[in-house]
Design a protein around this ligand. Structure first.
Ligand SMILES: NC(=O)c1ccc[n+]([C@@H]2O[C@H](COP(=O)([O-])OP(=O)(O)OC[C@H]3O[C@@H](n4cnc5c(N)ncnc54)[C@H](O)[C@@H]3O)[C@@H](O)[C@H]2O)c1
Length: 313
């Protein structure tokens, strides 16, 4: 749930006292750590899920326009961070969702469900470990059983852990990162596509790190590059059949992934050319765009909500 402070923010300014608000240059995140996979309920300040910036850097509630009326979305990692915000903005736009997360994140998942229901849509919960192919198959079957169809597949779950040098990167971490970040994207797309029809979409969450080659997240960065290439190849397979496949490559975003996996030093430098990290809501708006017909002629592409870092491709 957003904090009382967040809810009370006016549309003209979001900071309190001298401190910059979440959407103002100079906003920094506190340095603290959580156990993997991290819990949004235990973060402070709370990441923003349904509030977006005003032109002046204040905050306002996202304004929906019925862009996803009646659509059904399968969202991995939907309990928290970017995935939670996607489920909430999708609900505001009229879509039901089926969210997947790890069992230890049940509290966060319940909160996402509550927020989606507040916007009048359904949210089905499914706790499972996506590193297993069988679990991915069961996810698609359960989502189809609950919702009747899957119009939007959002591949969003991921794992990362910082290692400064390839010599210190454990081989089993390399395998775990690939098993979490790219193999389920393949399995979920493979099992969902036979049930998709013209107008349905797949959106994969990549990362700025695929483009800047972040050295201290080598395994994660490699999976994110694979996701961009997977998006392009799959788009070329399906674009002629009216199913669009796109990716989003966020820069630094305030989510549980950060305190659960980043070092003190990395958290102190957690910013962008805009002078602040992004909030989940600023990434979720890209997913709304790519899921709706507003992006009807876009496929195989990657959007870059990253606070102004120029990347190629
Ligand atoms: N936060 C950032 O700065 C940032 C930047 C670029 C890209 N991203 C991407 O955004 C996406 C969402 O991450 P987030 O930052 O919102 O963090 P998050 O921790 O809120 O979400 C990640 C989710 O992945 C899910 N997950 C991890 N391992 C899983 C497994 N084995 N089985 C099932 N679910 C599993 C968990 O439910 C977890 O909540 C990820 O793909 C991440 O790489 C994040």
């Amino acid at each position: 749930m957003e904090t009382i402070k967040d809810a009370a923010k006016s549309v003209t300014g979001s900071g309190s006292g001298d401190k910059p608000g979440e959407f103002e240059s100079g906003f920094t995140v506190p340095v603290f750590h959580q156990k993997v996979p991290g819990l949004q309920s235990e973060m402070g300040p709370q990441p923003l899920s349904d509030r977006i910036p005003t032109p002046e850097g204040g905050s306002q509630l996202y304004k929906a326009a019925g862009k996803l009326e009646g659509r059904k979305a399968l969202i991995t990692g939907g309990d928290s961070g970017i995935g939670r915000s996607i489920a909430i903005l999708f609900a505001m736009e009229g879509a039901d969702s089926f969210i997947v997360y790890l069992p230890e994140e049940e509290k966060d998942a319940q909160e996402t469900k509550k927020k989606v229901e507040e916007y009048g849509r359904k949210c089905y919960l499914h706790a499972t470990d996506l590193t297993s192919k069988e679990n991915c198959k069961a996810v698609v079957e359960a989502a189809l059983e609950k919702m009747g169809s899957i119009n939007i597949l959002v591949n969003n779950a991921a794992f990362q852990m910082m290692q400064q040098d390839i010599k210190d990167l454990p081989e089993d971490q390399w395998i775990k990162t690939f098993n979490t970040n790219i193999h389920p994207y393949f399995y979920l797309a493979k099992y969902t596509l036979p049930h998709m029809k013209r107008g349905d979409t797949i959106i994969n969450n990549a990362s700025i790190n695929a483009y800047i080659g972040r050295p201290d997240l080598l395994d994660y960065t490699s999976t994110k590059g694979a996701i961009v290439a997977f998006t392009r190849g799959l788009s070329n397979q399906y674009v002629g059949r009216g199913i669009r496949v796109n990716a989003v490559a966020p820069g630094p975003v305030w989510t549980p992934l950060i305190p659960s996996t980043m070092t003190d030093e990395a958290m102190k430098e957690f910013t962008s050319p805009m002078g602040r990290p992004s909030q989940p809501s600023e990434i979720a708006t890209c997913f709304v765009f790519l899921a709706s017909t507003d992006s009807s002629s876009i496929s195989g592409q990657t959007l870059h909500p990253n606070g102004g870092t120029i990347v190629n491709g």
